[in-house]
Design a protein around this ligand. Structure first.
Ligand code: COI
Length: 350
């Protein structure tokens, strides 16, 4: 690949940012990486100031939602070294999503070299406060024009970043969904397609109106199998066994999910990757064997669930002194931020 052209901003916003009070994904770093697909090939990426993009109203993204994204984070360690966590996994999943949405796959060097170059240019934007990181959003969307319902002939790949703190503040209360579905067999549930998330907003708002924070997604056919927690994978702990559902057409192959499974095994925790049901969780809650539930994803890392609602009954999770959720969260974030040894070979220095 030819070298990436960098045109630095002439008006950095970094001094306006309160790095001690970061929300999640609300302030954006000075630069972005942009790469266009046209005439059957991806071009040379360039780094320019973070700025608006101009699109025709007939661009297919607006009509048919042909768009995908990834979620990643960059961290700084005590020696000011920048780290990425399993970026190859994000790259692989990005192209799995691209294929499903009939978007041309992106060359690896455009993603990897582009990302590393962007992180070097915006290095000062990587926060160092505990619990914060630079949240990274690679996206591809259809810029090609046309009302014909078919794949576009032009696309834009962008990486933009946001110094961010926690995604959720505190524990969340969830509603087990019995009507709406996030995904279906043969569908796009396993892909990080923008529309998968848009489709969650309405059912989630209905749950919020009832006093919950998030929806627990169940399978579209029977609504009996527990599949995901909002925009995260879900884990339950029954007695001392950690359980999560197997990935499928309907469940995202979460990088945090698979890292937690490996860390848990390494810590001697019994793990089961198997289908599990609403009845099993309700029964376990009633007999006291349900100890923990938590969501897992890049943005939230691990988000403990305080209680769940099902068929108009609320079930509370016990308050534990040493929950597995915290133990696992500490181990994974220590690895990500180079505070603990990475015996898995997951972290990549930039
Ligand atoms: C992430 O966890 O990084 C995601 O992409 C989910 C998003 C809704 C925040």
């Amino acid at each position: 690949m030819d070298s990436i052209q960098v045109t630095p901003t002439t008006a950095s916003k970094i001094n306006d940012v309160d790095f001690k009070n970061l929300g999640f994904g609300t302030v954006f770093s000075d630069h972005m990486l942009v790469c266009d697909y046209a005439d059957g090939k991806w071009g040379i990426p360039k780094i320019i100031a973070y700025q608006p993009i101009s699109l025709m109203p007939s661009a297919k993204i607006f009509h048919y939602g042909q768009s995908i994204f990834e979620g990643m984070k960059a961290y700084k360690d005590a020696n000011n070294q920048t780290w990425l966590f399993r970026p190859e996994e994000n790259f692989k999943r990005f192209n799995i999503s691209a294929k499903r949405l009939a978007i041309p796959e992106l060359p690896k060097e455009v993603f990897m070299e582009g990302l590393k170059a962007l992180l070097k240019v915006d290095e000062q934007w990587i926060p160092t406060q505990d619990g914060s990181s630079l949240y990274i959003r690679p996206i591809i969307f259809a810029t090609g024009e046309g009302f014909h319902a078919s794949p576009a002939d032009a696309y834009k790949f962008i990486i933009c970043t946001a110094p961010s703190g926690a995604y959720f503040a505190g524990k969340v209360k969830v509603l087990i969904e019995q009507n709406y579905s996030r995904s279906a067999n043969g569908g796009v549930g396993y892909a990080k397609a923008g529309g998968n998330y848009a489709g969650q907003f309405y059912p989630t708002q209905l749950a919020i109106d009832k006093g919950y924070n998030q929806v627990i997604w169940t399978d579209d056919n029977t609504h009996e199998h527990i599949e995901e927690a909002g925009s995260m994978n879900i884990f339950v702990r029954i007695n001392d066994t950690l359980i999560t559902g197997p990935t499928s057409d309907r469940i995202l192959d979460g990088i945090t999910r698979k890292s937690i499974l490996e860390i848990a095994k390494d810590e001697g925790i019994k793990v089961e990757v198997r289908k599990f049901t609403v009845s099993e969780v309700v029964e376990a809650s009633k007999n006291g064997s349900l100890k923990e539930m938590f969501g897992a994803g890049t943005a939230a890392v691990i988000s403990p669930i305080a209680g769940f609602g099902f068929e108009d009954v609320d079930y509370d999770l016990p308050e534990l002194d040493n929950p597995m959720a915290l133990q696992l969260k500490k181990r994974i974030t220590d690895i990500q931020t180079n505070k603990a040894e990475d015996s898995f070979g997951w972290t990549v220095s930039v």
